[in-house]
Design a binder for this molecule. Sequence first.
Ligand SMILES: Cc1ncc(COP(=O)(O)O)c(C=O)c1O
Length: 416
Amino acid sequence: MHPSRIDRAACRQADATDPLAHVRDEFVLPDGVTYLDGNSLGPPPRDAERRLREMATVEWGQGLVRSWNDAGWFDKPLALGDRVAPLIGADPGEVVVCDSTSVNLFKVVLAALALRPGRTAVVAESGSFPTDLYVTEGAAGLLGGYEHRLIAEGGPALADVLDDDVAVVLLSQVDYRTGRLLDMAALTERAHRHGVLVVWDLCHSAGALPVAVNDAGVDFAVGCTYKYLNGGPGAPAFLFAAARHQDAARNPVPGWHGHADPFAFTTAYRPAAGVARFRTGTPPMLSYAPLEASLDLWQRVDLAAVRDKSLRLTDLFIQLVDQECAGLGLEVASPRDAAQRGSQVAVRHEHGYAVMRALIERGVIGDFRAPDLMRFGFTPLYLRYADVWDAVQVLREVLRAELWRDERYAVRATVT
Ligand SMILES: Cc1ncc(COP(=O)(O)O)c(C=O)c1O
């Protein structure tokens, strides 16, 4: 859809021929809301509530402790890992779903550092999600003797800081602020030339676009399941460890669920074979139920179609911001080249926080990242092209009439 001037009818026409249009019915979405924050918290799949109720009333209520065996609870982190695997280009047995992204990052960064003894530097991106910086700095500090090298957009670049002293590089495939997409294969190969292990943060990639960790030769990866994968608030995260590293990798948070024989209750720790060694303790089973429902849905979705629609939606939004909001103080902060973009568009405005609050009050839900970025996530499973049109009309009105100046929009909530 690239006519020189777009109108709502053109958007409706695009919806009429959208091969993913029917998937919207599989989600629960409130009336009167255009949800552009699925890159922060995905909405519930229709089947999530049924699955939660079933787990709570039948498996827990009736099965009680027997369900650790009978309902497959004990193996759930690995079973769901195998279902996340195709979404990120991993093989069965390479992914486990457990703990949070931050905790999993800590585990794989420390495991990777231990696989490169004698090296003395760890590399992270200064603009990455803060948890990534805290983890690399924290892990390096814990071991002692590591230099924490930072790369940034505008330099220094990865090539500038890579040498044979570097043990591990941590990169985000899609930038949480701007949605900029990195070339995973090229950067992994570049690091491998120096014998460096690469950990990828896939929080804004999984479910947003096809990811190919094995084709790219990735060593370790982590990501959350509550954004594009719609697993529910705080749903357990995933951890990928390439098969070739699994025998040598050690979980720095060893616990009984990652033991080779947990019910032998032995004194000595012996890691389980494979990715199971990255488990630690008892998983929060009820948090797996909505994710199971969502992964059922994801199994029926073609990721190439998701990427195609994602780029159409983000292109449309950028085009409409240019067309409808010219001269209203907005600046698109995301790459205009679709090939370099994830599934979100960030737009700068001097009063972005107040503008976003005004939008949310009018049913257009995005979010805000300091100092001035409004983030809009475009999730192809339930968004319509006409929703993008409608959202931009609200944005235009909020800016044109300066509705954001209402003083109540200046008050910062805890979560922005
Ligand atoms: C890119 C990225 N990495 C890491 C995290 C941290 O995830 P968690 O809070 O689930 O540990 C987030 C959370 O939004 C994120 O966006």
